[in-house]
Design a protein around this ligand. Structure first.
Ligand code: HEM
Length: 350
Protein backbone atom coordinates (compact mmCIF):
# COMPACT_ATOMS: atom_id res chain seq x y z
CA UNK A 1 0.00 0.00 0.00
CA UNK A 2 2.72 2.47 0.95
CA UNK A 3 4.67 1.71 -2.23
CA UNK A 4 1.76 2.99 -4.29
CA UNK A 5 1.35 6.30 -2.43
CA UNK A 6 2.93 8.21 -5.36
CA UNK A 7 0.36 6.71 -7.77
CA UNK A 8 -2.54 7.80 -5.58
CA UNK A 9 -1.01 11.25 -5.20
CA UNK A 10 -0.41 11.56 -8.96
CA UNK A 11 -4.09 10.73 -9.55
CA UNK A 12 -5.25 13.68 -7.47
CA UNK A 13 -2.64 16.04 -8.93
CA UNK A 14 -3.97 15.24 -12.42
CA UNK A 15 -7.48 15.91 -11.09
CA UNK A 16 -6.48 19.34 -9.73
CA UNK A 17 -4.82 20.25 -13.05
CA UNK A 18 -7.95 19.34 -14.96
CA UNK A 19 -10.19 21.27 -12.56
CA UNK A 20 -8.06 24.40 -12.93
CA UNK A 21 -8.71 24.15 -16.64
CA UNK A 22 -12.44 23.54 -16.01
CA UNK A 23 -12.91 26.62 -13.81
CA UNK A 24 -16.33 28.18 -14.26
CA UNK A 25 -17.59 25.14 -16.20
CA UNK A 26 -20.00 22.47 -15.03
CA UNK A 27 -18.27 19.29 -13.83
CA UNK A 28 -19.99 15.94 -13.29
CA UNK A 29 -18.27 15.05 -10.03
CA UNK A 30 -19.11 11.34 -10.26
CA UNK A 31 -17.49 10.98 -13.68
CA UNK A 32 -14.41 12.92 -12.63
CA UNK A 33 -13.82 10.84 -9.49
CA UNK A 34 -14.55 7.65 -11.38
CA UNK A 35 -11.84 8.40 -13.95
CA UNK A 36 -9.33 9.48 -11.29
CA UNK A 37 -9.79 6.22 -9.36
CA UNK A 38 -9.87 4.17 -12.55
CA UNK A 39 -6.50 5.65 -13.54
CA UNK A 40 -4.99 5.16 -10.07
CA UNK A 41 -6.04 1.50 -10.15
CA UNK A 42 -4.76 1.29 -13.75
CA UNK A 43 -1.37 2.55 -12.59
CA UNK A 44 -1.27 0.12 -9.68
CA UNK A 45 -2.29 -2.84 -11.85
CA UNK A 46 -0.69 -2.02 -15.21
CA UNK A 47 1.49 1.09 -14.70
CA UNK A 48 -0.68 3.15 -17.03
CA UNK A 49 -3.64 5.49 -17.15
CA UNK A 50 -6.82 3.86 -18.42
CA UNK A 51 -8.91 6.88 -19.47
CA UNK A 52 -8.31 10.52 -20.37
CA UNK A 53 -9.60 12.59 -17.48
CA UNK A 54 -11.30 15.10 -19.75
CA UNK A 55 -12.76 12.50 -22.12
CA UNK A 56 -16.38 12.54 -20.91
CA UNK A 57 -17.48 10.04 -23.56
CA UNK A 58 -14.72 7.52 -22.86
CA UNK A 59 -15.31 7.79 -19.11
CA UNK A 60 -19.07 7.42 -19.45
CA UNK A 61 -18.63 4.33 -21.62
CA UNK A 62 -16.22 2.69 -19.16
CA UNK A 63 -18.41 3.66 -16.22
CA UNK A 64 -21.38 2.22 -18.12
CA UNK A 65 -19.65 -1.20 -18.45
CA UNK A 66 -18.84 -1.29 -14.74
CA UNK A 67 -22.26 -0.08 -13.62
CA UNK A 68 -23.98 -2.66 -15.84
CA UNK A 69 -21.75 -5.37 -14.39
CA UNK A 70 -22.68 -4.32 -10.83
CA UNK A 71 -26.34 -4.25 -11.85
CA UNK A 72 -26.10 -7.79 -13.22
CA UNK A 73 -24.50 -9.00 -10.00
CA UNK A 74 -27.21 -7.51 -7.82
CA UNK A 75 -30.39 -8.18 -9.79
CA UNK A 76 -32.45 -10.89 -8.01
CA UNK A 77 -32.39 -14.16 -9.93
CA UNK A 78 -35.58 -16.18 -10.02
CA UNK A 79 -33.68 -19.45 -9.74
CA UNK A 80 -32.30 -18.34 -6.35
CA UNK A 81 -35.86 -18.36 -5.00
CA UNK A 82 -37.30 -21.17 -7.15
CA UNK A 83 -34.57 -23.76 -7.82
CA UNK A 84 -36.79 -25.39 -10.43
CA UNK A 85 -35.62 -22.63 -12.81
CA UNK A 86 -31.97 -23.46 -12.20
CA UNK A 87 -30.16 -23.89 -15.50
CA UNK A 88 -32.75 -21.91 -17.50
CA UNK A 89 -31.77 -18.32 -18.09
CA UNK A 90 -35.38 -17.20 -17.90
CA UNK A 91 -34.56 -13.51 -17.26
CA UNK A 92 -31.68 -13.45 -19.74
CA UNK A 93 -29.41 -12.47 -16.85
CA UNK A 94 -26.63 -14.91 -17.74
CA UNK A 95 -26.54 -13.58 -21.28
CA UNK A 96 -26.40 -10.00 -20.03
CA UNK A 97 -23.70 -10.84 -17.49
CA UNK A 98 -21.60 -12.59 -20.13
CA UNK A 99 -21.79 -9.50 -22.36
CA UNK A 100 -20.74 -7.27 -19.44
CA UNK A 101 -17.81 -9.53 -18.64
CA UNK A 102 -16.66 -9.60 -22.25
CA UNK A 103 -16.78 -5.78 -22.42
CA UNK A 104 -14.77 -5.46 -19.22
CA UNK A 105 -12.20 -8.09 -20.14
CA UNK A 106 -11.62 -6.25 -23.43
CA UNK A 107 -10.46 -3.22 -21.42
CA UNK A 108 -7.30 -4.96 -20.25
CA UNK A 109 -7.03 -7.92 -22.68
CA UNK A 110 -4.50 -6.13 -24.93
CA UNK A 111 -2.35 -5.02 -22.00
CA UNK A 112 -2.05 -8.56 -20.66
CA UNK A 113 -1.28 -9.96 -24.12
CA UNK A 114 1.47 -7.41 -24.70
CA UNK A 115 3.02 -8.08 -21.31
CA UNK A 116 3.01 -11.84 -21.92
CA UNK A 117 4.79 -11.25 -25.23
CA UNK A 118 7.41 -9.13 -23.45
CA UNK A 119 7.91 -12.03 -21.06
CA UNK A 120 8.70 -14.37 -23.91
CA UNK A 121 11.66 -12.19 -24.88
CA UNK A 122 15.08 -12.89 -23.53
CA UNK A 123 14.94 -13.11 -19.71
CA UNK A 124 17.44 -10.24 -19.40
CA UNK A 125 15.25 -8.01 -21.62
CA UNK A 126 12.16 -8.41 -19.45
CA UNK A 127 11.19 -4.98 -18.20
CA UNK A 128 10.01 -4.94 -14.61
CA UNK A 129 7.06 -2.61 -14.17
CA UNK A 130 6.63 -3.20 -10.43
CA UNK A 131 2.84 -3.49 -10.71
CA UNK A 132 0.16 -6.11 -9.92
CA UNK A 133 0.31 -7.53 -13.43
CA UNK A 134 4.03 -8.27 -13.07
CA UNK A 135 3.25 -10.02 -9.82
CA UNK A 136 0.41 -12.10 -11.25
CA UNK A 137 2.45 -13.16 -14.29
CA UNK A 138 5.47 -13.99 -12.17
CA UNK A 139 3.21 -16.27 -10.12
CA UNK A 140 1.97 -18.10 -13.20
CA UNK A 141 -1.62 -16.76 -13.21
CA UNK A 142 -3.66 -17.81 -16.25
CA UNK A 143 -5.60 -15.19 -18.27
CA UNK A 144 -8.79 -16.32 -16.55
CA UNK A 145 -7.29 -15.90 -13.11
CA UNK A 146 -6.02 -12.43 -13.97
CA UNK A 147 -9.36 -11.43 -15.49
CA UNK A 148 -11.34 -12.44 -12.43
CA UNK A 149 -8.84 -10.87 -10.02
CA UNK A 150 -9.10 -7.57 -11.89
CA UNK A 151 -12.86 -7.95 -11.99
CA UNK A 152 -12.83 -7.88 -8.18
CA UNK A 153 -10.63 -4.81 -8.02
CA UNK A 154 -11.95 -2.39 -10.67
CA UNK A 155 -15.73 -2.45 -10.10
CA UNK A 156 -15.46 -2.74 -6.29
CA UNK A 157 -12.93 0.11 -6.14
CA UNK A 158 -14.34 2.65 -8.58
CA UNK A 159 -18.05 2.55 -7.70
CA UNK A 160 -17.66 2.83 -3.95
CA UNK A 161 -15.17 5.70 -4.04
CA UNK A 162 -17.18 7.61 -6.65
CA UNK A 163 -20.32 7.29 -4.55
CA UNK A 164 -18.53 8.37 -1.33
CA UNK A 165 -17.03 11.53 -2.84
CA UNK A 166 -20.23 12.52 -4.64
CA UNK A 167 -22.23 12.29 -1.40
CA UNK A 168 -19.46 14.00 0.56
CA UNK A 169 -19.44 17.01 -1.78
CA UNK A 170 -23.23 17.23 -1.74
CA UNK A 171 -23.36 17.14 2.08
CA UNK A 172 -20.55 19.69 2.42
CA UNK A 173 -22.21 22.08 0.02
CA UNK A 174 -25.44 21.91 2.00
CA UNK A 175 -23.62 22.36 5.29
CA UNK A 176 -21.57 25.52 4.83
CA UNK A 177 -20.38 25.61 8.48
CA UNK A 178 -18.93 22.13 8.18
CA UNK A 179 -17.30 23.04 4.86
CA UNK A 180 -15.68 26.16 6.36
CA UNK A 181 -14.45 24.24 9.39
CA UNK A 182 -12.96 21.58 7.14
CA UNK A 183 -11.26 24.18 4.97
CA UNK A 184 -9.74 25.89 8.06
CA UNK A 185 -8.32 22.56 9.23
CA UNK A 186 -6.85 21.83 5.79
CA UNK A 187 -5.36 25.31 5.51
CA UNK A 188 -3.71 25.06 8.92
CA UNK A 189 -2.19 21.61 8.40
CA UNK A 190 -1.34 21.74 4.69
CA UNK A 191 -0.01 25.28 4.82
CA UNK A 192 0.61 25.61 1.05
CA UNK A 193 2.60 22.35 0.86
CA UNK A 194 1.58 19.74 -1.69
CA UNK A 195 -1.13 17.49 -0.26
CA UNK A 196 0.45 14.16 0.61
CA UNK A 197 -0.83 10.95 2.06
CA UNK A 198 1.46 11.32 5.05
CA UNK A 199 -0.37 14.56 5.98
CA UNK A 200 -3.96 13.56 5.53
CA UNK A 201 -4.20 11.38 8.61
CA UNK A 202 -3.31 14.39 10.76
CA UNK A 203 -6.70 15.82 9.86
CA UNK A 204 -9.27 14.70 12.44
CA UNK A 205 -12.12 16.82 11.07
CA UNK A 206 -11.63 15.48 7.53
CA UNK A 207 -11.66 11.99 8.97
CA UNK A 208 -14.87 12.75 10.90
CA UNK A 209 -16.53 14.14 7.75
CA UNK A 210 -15.71 10.99 5.79
CA UNK A 211 -17.03 8.76 8.56
CA UNK A 212 -20.24 10.78 8.69
CA UNK A 213 -20.69 10.41 4.91
CA UNK A 214 -20.20 6.65 5.16
CA UNK A 215 -22.72 6.45 8.02
CA UNK A 216 -25.40 8.37 6.11
CA UNK A 217 -24.66 6.98 2.65
CA UNK A 218 -22.93 3.60 2.94
CA UNK A 219 -21.96 2.70 -0.67
CA UNK A 220 -22.95 -0.90 0.04
CA UNK A 221 -26.23 -0.69 1.90
CA UNK A 222 -26.90 -4.42 2.33
CA UNK A 223 -24.33 -7.08 3.11
CA UNK A 224 -25.39 -10.52 1.95
CA UNK A 225 -23.92 -13.31 4.08
CA UNK A 226 -24.74 -16.93 4.86
CA UNK A 227 -25.24 -18.08 8.45
CA UNK A 228 -22.35 -20.49 9.07
CA UNK A 229 -24.28 -22.11 11.91
CA UNK A 230 -27.77 -22.00 13.39
CA UNK A 231 -28.01 -19.10 15.79
CA UNK A 232 -30.41 -16.93 17.78
CA UNK A 233 -30.69 -13.25 16.97
CA UNK A 234 -33.05 -11.48 19.36
CA UNK A 235 -36.05 -13.84 19.39
CA UNK A 236 -35.43 -15.31 15.95
CA UNK A 237 -33.77 -18.55 15.01
CA UNK A 238 -31.57 -18.21 11.94
CA UNK A 239 -31.05 -21.68 10.45
CA UNK A 240 -27.59 -22.68 9.23
CA UNK A 241 -26.93 -21.72 5.57
CA UNK A 242 -29.72 -19.15 5.37
CA UNK A 243 -28.98 -16.02 3.43
CA UNK A 244 -28.91 -13.05 5.80
CA UNK A 245 -28.83 -9.43 4.73
CA UNK A 246 -27.19 -7.03 7.14
CA UNK A 247 -28.84 -3.66 6.54
CA UNK A 248 -26.00 -1.17 7.01
CA UNK A 249 -28.17 1.73 5.90
CA UNK A 250 -30.74 1.04 8.63
CA UNK A 251 -28.03 0.61 11.29
CA UNK A 252 -26.50 3.95 10.27
CA UNK A 253 -29.89 5.69 10.58
CA UNK A 254 -31.13 3.97 13.74
CA UNK A 255 -32.36 6.65 16.21
CA UNK A 256 -31.64 4.26 19.09
CA UNK A 257 -27.94 4.47 18.20
CA UNK A 258 -27.52 7.89 16.63
CA UNK A 259 -28.76 11.21 17.90
CA UNK A 260 -30.56 13.13 15.10
CA UNK A 261 -29.65 10.32 12.66
CA UNK A 262 -30.64 12.03 9.40
CA UNK A 263 -28.47 15.12 9.98
CA UNK A 264 -24.93 15.51 8.72
CA UNK A 265 -22.92 16.11 11.90
CA UNK A 266 -19.25 15.06 11.62
CA UNK A 267 -18.75 16.32 15.20
CA UNK A 268 -20.30 13.09 16.47
CA UNK A 269 -17.11 11.29 15.40
CA UNK A 270 -14.71 13.77 17.04
CA UNK A 271 -13.31 12.61 20.39
CA UNK A 272 -14.87 9.21 19.70
CA UNK A 273 -13.16 5.89 19.20
CA UNK A 274 -15.82 4.70 16.75
CA UNK A 275 -14.03 3.42 13.67
CA UNK A 276 -14.91 1.56 10.48
CA UNK A 277 -12.48 -1.29 11.04
CA UNK A 278 -15.21 -3.82 11.76
CA UNK A 279 -15.05 -3.76 15.56
CA UNK A 280 -17.91 -1.32 16.19
CA UNK A 281 -21.11 -3.00 15.08
CA UNK A 282 -23.09 0.25 14.96
CA UNK A 283 -20.82 1.49 12.16
CA UNK A 284 -19.83 -1.08 9.54
CA UNK A 285 -19.47 0.62 6.12
CA UNK A 286 -16.69 -1.81 5.18
CA UNK A 287 -18.34 -4.86 6.75
CA UNK A 288 -16.69 -6.95 9.47
CA UNK A 289 -14.93 -10.25 9.94
CA UNK A 290 -13.28 -12.39 7.33
CA UNK A 291 -15.35 -11.10 4.40
CA UNK A 292 -14.78 -7.46 5.30
CA UNK A 293 -13.67 -5.13 2.47
CA UNK A 294 -10.07 -5.92 1.49
CA UNK A 295 -9.86 -2.50 -0.19
CA UNK A 296 -10.21 -0.55 3.08
CA UNK A 297 -6.57 0.63 3.35
CA UNK A 298 -6.60 1.79 -0.26
CA UNK A 299 -10.08 3.32 -0.03
CA UNK A 300 -9.47 5.39 3.08
CA UNK A 301 -6.22 6.83 1.72
CA UNK A 302 -7.72 7.68 -1.65
CA UNK A 303 -10.97 9.16 -0.29
CA UNK A 304 -9.09 11.39 2.16
CA UNK A 305 -6.74 12.58 -0.58
CA UNK A 306 -9.44 13.35 -3.15
CA UNK A 307 -11.76 15.15 -0.72
CA UNK A 308 -8.88 17.15 0.81
CA UNK A 309 -7.81 18.34 -2.65
CA UNK A 310 -11.32 19.23 -3.81
CA UNK A 311 -12.00 21.31 -0.70
CA UNK A 312 -8.55 22.84 -0.28
CA UNK A 313 -7.98 24.00 -3.85
CA UNK A 314 -11.46 25.01 -5.03
CA UNK A 315 -14.63 26.89 -4.15
CA UNK A 316 -17.69 24.99 -5.35
CA UNK A 317 -21.09 26.19 -6.46
CA UNK A 318 -24.13 24.77 -8.18
CA UNK A 319 -24.78 25.54 -11.86
CA UNK A 320 -26.80 28.74 -12.40
CA UNK A 321 -26.10 29.77 -8.79
CA UNK A 322 -28.51 27.13 -7.52
CA UNK A 323 -29.29 26.99 -3.80
CA UNK A 324 -27.44 24.02 -2.20
CA UNK A 325 -30.27 23.65 0.32
CA UNK A 326 -32.54 22.74 -2.58
CA UNK A 327 -30.14 20.06 -3.82
CA UNK A 328 -31.92 16.80 -4.53
CA UNK A 329 -30.57 14.30 -1.98
CA UNK A 330 -32.67 11.32 -3.05
CA UNK A 331 -30.91 7.99 -3.15
CA UNK A 332 -31.29 5.40 -5.86
CA UNK A 333 -30.93 1.89 -4.55
CA UNK A 334 -28.13 0.20 -6.40
CA UNK A 335 -24.72 -1.21 -5.61
CA UNK A 336 -23.10 1.13 -4.86
CA UNK A 337 -25.82 3.33 -3.41
CA UNK A 338 -26.15 6.24 -5.80
CA UNK A 339 -27.56 9.70 -6.03
CA UNK A 340 -30.79 9.70 -7.99
CA UNK A 341 -29.53 12.81 -9.78
CA UNK A 342 -25.81 13.05 -10.56
CA UNK A 343 -24.01 15.89 -8.79
CA UNK A 344 -23.09 18.77 -11.09
CA UNK A 345 -20.78 21.43 -9.65
CA UNK A 346 -18.79 24.43 -10.83
CA UNK A 347 -15.23 24.85 -9.50
CA UNK A 348 -13.34 28.11 -8.96
CA UNK A 349 -9.68 28.03 -7.91
CA UNK A 350 -9.13 29.37 -4.35
C1 HEM B 1 -15.49 3.83 0.52
C2 HEM B 1 -15.05 2.80 -0.12
C3 HEM B 1 -15.47 1.37 0.11
C4 HEM B 1 -16.45 0.84 0.89
C5 HEM B 1 -17.41 1.58 1.81
C6 HEM B 1 -16.41 -0.59 0.71
C7 HEM B 1 -17.26 -1.49 1.36
C8 HEM B 1 -17.26 -2.85 1.15
C9 HEM B 1 -18.16 -3.77 1.77
C10 HEM B 1 -19.25 -3.39 2.77
C11 HEM B 1 -17.88 -5.01 1.31
C12 HEM B 1 -18.59 -6.32 1.68
C13 HEM B 1 -18.08 -6.82 2.99
C14 HEM B 1 -18.85 -7.99 3.50
O1 HEM B 1 -19.41 -8.75 2.70
O2 HEM B 1 -18.90 -8.14 4.71
C15 HEM B 1 -16.79 -4.88 0.37
C16 HEM B 1 -16.22 -5.93 -0.33
C17 HEM B 1 -15.18 -5.79 -1.20
N1 HEM B 1 -14.46 -4.64 -1.47
FE1 HEM B 1 -14.86 -2.80 -0.76
N2 HEM B 1 -15.43 -0.92 -0.17
C18 HEM B 1 -14.80 0.24 -0.56
C19 HEM B 1 -13.73 0.37 -1.42
C20 HEM B 1 -13.08 -0.68 -2.02
C21 HEM B 1 -11.91 -0.55 -2.87
C22 HEM B 1 -11.22 0.78 -3.19
C23 HEM B 1 -11.58 -1.81 -3.30
C24 HEM B 1 -10.46 -2.26 -4.20
C25 HEM B 1 -9.58 -1.52 -4.76
C26 HEM B 1 -12.54 -2.72 -2.71
C27 HEM B 1 -12.55 -4.08 -2.91
C28 HEM B 1 -13.48 -4.94 -2.38
C29 HEM B 1 -13.57 -6.35 -2.73
C30 HEM B 1 -12.66 -7.10 -3.71
C31 HEM B 1 -14.63 -6.89 -1.99
C32 HEM B 1 -15.16 -8.33 -2.01
C33 HEM B 1 -14.53 -9.13 -0.91
C34 HEM B 1 -15.10 -10.55 -0.86
O3 HEM B 1 -15.91 -10.91 -1.70
O4 HEM B 1 -14.74 -11.25 0.07
N3 HEM B 1 -13.42 -2.00 -1.94
N4 HEM B 1 -16.42 -3.55 0.29
Amino acid sequence: MELFANKREKGVLDMVDLLVFKQGKVVKIGNLVFSVVFNVLGNICFSRDMVKLDDERGTSEMKGHIWKFMECGTTPILADFFPIFDGIDIQGQKKKAKKCLDNLFKVWEGIIKKRREEQHCNESDVKKHGDFLDLMLANGFSDDQINYMLLEIFPAGTGTLTSTIEWAMAELLRNKEVLNKLYSELKKVINSNPIQESTIFQLPYLNACIKEVLRLHPPIAFLPHYASETCQVMHYTIPKDSLVFVNLWAIGHDPKIWDDPFSFKPERFLNSNLDFKGQDFEFLPFGAGRRMCPGLPFATKQVHLILACLVYHFEWSLPNDGDPLMLDMNEKYAVPLQREKPLLLVPTRK
